[in-house]
Design a protein around this ligand. Structure first.
Ligand code: SF4
Ligand code: SF4
Length: 405
């Protein structure tokens, strides 16, 4: 039954992919930069022009990788205070030290995750504007800069999370005080709702959203992205690699180059922030800046005619499973942690993500039968039991590239 469900889903994706064939060429809206082959777009009303490929630094631990990206034309680096408990910001700051401030841009956020109800994105009553400002300034210190270019409210989801009065005031203060030139939201769940809310809010400049070829809600997502772009917001795509692998054993890789091309073929995506953990991956990503056309083979890789490439790694974050769990387990967050562990092999990020789901431990250990159903056919209990073990591993035994079996 599950196989059949997954096959049907894959067939739908295949059909959707085939439907794209007529609009694969990269739009004329993409502007080649005079004098070089890099392709640039304007980040909405911010007026910033930047290459269609930027860099997420969450998987990077080496300042030399950042400097190499900069040398190759990358302008925007996306980090977060939560990555490696602030050490990712420190690493980025170290890499950018001494480099003229107007030659790079930084996106970050410093929200305390315990303030956020992650399934809805709504901030809890203990959210504190003063504390957020303190945290944002601490990010500047770690980064070694006097401002960042973009500061985001993470985990925006339901409309109320974007229209949360104290959060809106805090974000406006961050901009008014010059901590960030521009403000925005980042969204992993209910993205179309969050994107439309940010576009309607009147205060946000930028939206960072999950966007990739495996998204089931792609049509609604693209409608919402178009709506926000038409209102002048800058749109940044994240999670473009869709987990990087289809299976936990890592026998079926996602064609990540094709996946990135697929994301930026949408002219309303102004830039993408794929993670690069090594020089090979960085080179593959950067090559796409000047060669964004999807080939026929790449299209087949993303949307195969048979069902052999079905993800067991990438969770849609749709939340449909949530009502089925009587214990209120934040299943999508466990699944995101699972993707970081088995797809990206980023164990610190996987564990950090687990902490978003609540107290350490396995919430499914006492449950004999799982009553939560996944639209993708995931065995939710099995995956949670596998990933929950990570919270018991001491830090010293959890290097970034530790392979979790
Ligand atoms: S196995 Fe876990 S996710 Fe499933 S119903 Fe039980 S507690 Fe909830
Ligand atoms: S586990 Fe399945 S149902 Fe739950 S959020 Fe992920 S894709 Fe959706």
């Amino acid at each position: 039954m599950l196989d059949r469900r997954r096959f049907i889903r894959n067939s739908l994706l295949t059909a959707a992919g085939a439907g794209l064939a007529g609009r694969l060429s990269v739009s004329s809206e993409i502007t080649p930069e005079p004098g070089n082959k890099l392709i640039n777009r304007r980040l909405g009303k911010t007026g910033i022009t930047l290459p269609v490929v930027s860099m997420g630094t969450g998987n990077a631990g080496n300042p030399a990788l950042i400097r190499s990206a900069l040398d190759k034309g990358v302008k925007l680096f996306a980090t977060a205070a939560a990555y490696q408990e602030g050490n990712n910001e420190r690493m980025l700051g170290e890499a950018l030290k001494g480099i003229p401030r107007d030659s790079f841009m930084i996106l970050t956020n410093s929200f305390d995750i315990s303030w956020i109800d992650t399934p809805t994105g709504i901030l809890r009553p203990d959210f504190s504007t003063d504390e957020l400002l303190k945290r944002a300034r601490a990010s500047l210190t770690r980064l070694g800069v006097d401002h960042v270019d973009i500061f985001t409210q993470p985990f925006a989801a339901r409309r109320e999370s974007v229209f949360h009065g104290p959060a809106m005031q805090a974000m406006e203060t961050i901009k008014k005080e010059g901590i960030a030139r521009f403000i925005g939201i980042a969204t992993h769940r209910y993205e179309p709702e969050a994107i439309r809310a940010a576009a309607d809010s009147g205060i946000h400049d930028v939206i960072m959203t999950s966007y990739n070829f495996l998204k089931d809600n792609r049509d609604q997502l693209e409608d919402a992205i178009r709506y926000a772009a038409d209102k002048g917001l800058g749109i940044i795509a994240m999670k473009t690699m869709a987990g990087a692998w289809y299976d936990r054993e890592r026998t079926k890789p996602v064609n990540t180059r094709a996946a990135l091309k697929w994301a930026i073929r949408n002219e309303n995506i102004h830039t993408a922030v794929p993670d690069s953990s090594d020089f090979d991956q960085l080179t593959r990503n950067i090559d796409v800046m000047s060669d964004p056309e999807l080939t026929g083979q790449e299209l087949k890789d993303l949307f195969p005619l048979t069902g052999e490439k079905i993800t067991d790694i990438y969770c849609q974050q749709c939340g449909e499973c949530l009502p089925g769990c009587p214990y209120g387990v934040d299943i999508p967050t466990f699944m995101r942690s699972y993707m970081y562990a088995y797809g990206h092999h980023n164990m610190p990020l996987a564990r950090n993500t687990l902490s978003e789901a609540g107290p350490a431990g396995n919430p499914c250990s006492e449950c004999i039968t799982c009553t939560a159903a996944c639209r993708m056919g995931f065995d939710i209990r099995k995956k949670i039991c596998e990933i929950a073990r990570i919270s018991d591993v001491p830090d010293a035994l959890l290097p970034k590239d530790f392979i979790w079996r």
